[in-house]
Write a protein that binds this ligand. Structure first.
Ligand code: IPE
Ligand code: IPE
Ligand code: MG
Length: 211
């Protein structure tokens, strides 16, 4: 078996700030544009054989950013959840937040619970948004997600930044210079095509040599 029937794809959505800076705009404009990329990728995912999609939206280390940027991100997450819930339901998307909730602003926690409740029956795609997420903390607490098949990072950096360290044990890694706000359906399709062209061996032998 070389193709899994339902892929778990994880994405480090990086490059929002640089995307905005190149346009002479504030970093928050990049985050807003990034929310539109989320919509494009979520809607393309089921047609590409993706059954699980985990998106890194805010790391536990991102609290070290300027308070104004953090506050803008928290408002953006809440707004995204409120405005997208109906659309997620229509597309059969089940949304779940992974990460700590106790440090998030109360309106965001409320929006998360409402979106999770409203989309709980979605069967086309299990969308996990990682907010205030640290893989090391999750591992210590025994909160492990399904194995990741394909890990994508946009924005040119080639590192995991404390995302899904356990789950990516045998993930195929895909790095692209494309900034997250420019990422779309064709880009995720290209990453999935690249994934299918690779041979996963899990420590065994190539198919041809296995006899
Ligand atoms: C990713 O984009 C979004 C978050 C981490 C919240 P960045 O904000 O890290 O954008 P760059 O890497 O500075 O361009
Ligand atoms: C990782 O991006 C976190 C998210 C995309 C949410 P960062 O921009 O925070 O990562 P570093 O600082 O470049 O490693
Ligand atoms: Mg970054």
């Amino acid at each position: 078996m070389s193709q899994s029937p339902s892929l778990h794809v994880a994405i480090v959505m990086d490059g929002n700030g640089r995307w905005a800076a190149r346009r002479g705009r504030p970093r928050t404009a990049g985050h807003r544009a990034g929310a539109e990329a989320v919509r494009r990728v979520v809607e393309a995912a089921p047609g590409l054989g993706i059954g699980g999609l985990t998106l890194f939206a805010f790391s536990a280390d991102n609290w070290s950013r300027p308070p104004a940027e953090v506050a803008a991100l928290m408002r953006l997450f809440a707004r995204y959840l409120r405005s997208e819930t109906a659309r997620l339901r229509e597309h059969g998307v089940r949304l779940e937040l992974v990460g700590r909730r106790d440090r998030l602003p109360a309106p965001l926690v409320t929006a998360i619970a409402a979106a999770e409740h409203a989309t709980a029956a979605g069967g086309a795609l299990h969308l996990r948004l990682a907010v205030d997420y640290s893989a090391r903390a999750a591992i210590r607490a025994g909160r492990i997600l399904p194995d990741v098949d394909l890990l994508i990072r946009t924005g040119g950096e080639q590192r995991l930044s404390d995302f899904l360290l356990w789950e990516c044990a045998y993930a195929e890694l895909y790095f692209t210079d494309t900034m997250w706000p420019d990422f779309g359906a064709a880009d995720v399709a290209a990453a999935v095509a690249e994934f299918h062209s690779r041979e996963r061996r899990f420590g065994g032998l190539p198919d041809a040599a296995a006899g």
